[in-house]
Design a protein around this ligand. Structure first.
Ligand code: ZN
Ligand code: FE
Length: 257
């Protein structure tokens, strides 16, 4: 791999991810919700910006675009199906993004649910998932249907287990607290909670995690598991038919958690 993925903290709990090629000093940033921390990062590391990737239209992922583009008129890749006027390279499912200067190639996955046009960038054993999947959690369903979110999460869950998941927010501790409220006996959950607590104590990011870890500890990726369904059914007090229903119920619980 010619690049390193580095976090830039922004706003309250957002991560702007930077792909950095240390040899030629080129960088690509993902979801710049703010310009200032990106400028500081580029200056601190002596880097040039060569492109910007966007996963979805929310302001906390796009607000830095105008200021960044004033200083660096670079290509902006993003979903074709969302109204983001700064996008110069509109993308949809199956498109390939070849970022030659950082030495990275990604394919585009459409993952609607959080927003209708939301996309992910997958390649080089990593995936940028924006606000669709979080470490041990998932995004709120603002624009899509539960069925769409279910299909999108499934698409991500089917990526190889070693894939590193880079999401847009540091929500992991709360997500794990919620997950543990459903499965207090789970050893993998307890272990992950302790590991993340330790990281957060030193203000270190809990992101990325591997997809394999997600499959084990993320309740929103476990709605197909009969054992997990049983747990939700018992708590819900009524029979549940489909995995989509399990997802709808735990998404509602999480909103109230
Ligand atoms: Zn969002
Ligand atoms: Fe967000």
């Amino acid at each position: 791999m010619t690049f390193e993925v580095m976090p830039i903290s922004a706003l309250t709990d957002n991560y702007i991810w930077a792909l950095v090629n240390h040899r030629n000093k080129q960088a690509v940033v993902v979801d710049p919700g703010e310009a200032q921390p990106v400028f500081k990062f580029l200056v601190d590391h002596g880097l040039f910006l060569s492109a910007i990737l966007i996963t979805h239209h929310h302001w906390d992922h796009t607000n830095g675009l105008d200021k960044l583009l004033e200083a660096y008129p670079v290509p902006v890749y993003g979903p074709e199906n969302e109204k983001i006027p700064q996008i110069t390279e509109p993308l949809h499912d199956g498109d390939v993004v070849n970022l030659k200067r950082v030495g990275a190639k990604f394919s585009v996955l459409e993952i609607p649910g959080h927003t209708l046009g939301h996309i992910a960038y997958y390649g080089e054993d990593i995936v940028f998932v924006g606000d669709t999947l979080f470490i041990a959690g998932c995004g709120r369903i603002f624009e899509g249907t539960v069925g769409q979110m279910y299909a999108s999460l499934k698409k991500l869950a089917n990526l190889p287990g070693e894939t590193l998941v880079y999401c847009g927010h540091e929500y992991t501790l709360t997500n794990l607290r919620f997950a543990r409220s459903l499965e207090p006996e789970s050893t993998p959950l307890l272990k992950r909670f302790q590991a993340v607590e330790e990281l957060r104590r030193y203000n270190k990011p809990s992101v990325p995690g591997t997809m394999a870890e997600e499959l084990e500890t993320n309740p929103f990726l476990r709605v197909d598991d009969p054992k997990f369904k049983k747990i939700v059914e018992t708590k819900h007090g009524l029979p549940i038919e489909t995995p989509e229903e399990v997802l709808a119920i735990i998404r509602t619980w999480k909103n109230l958690f």
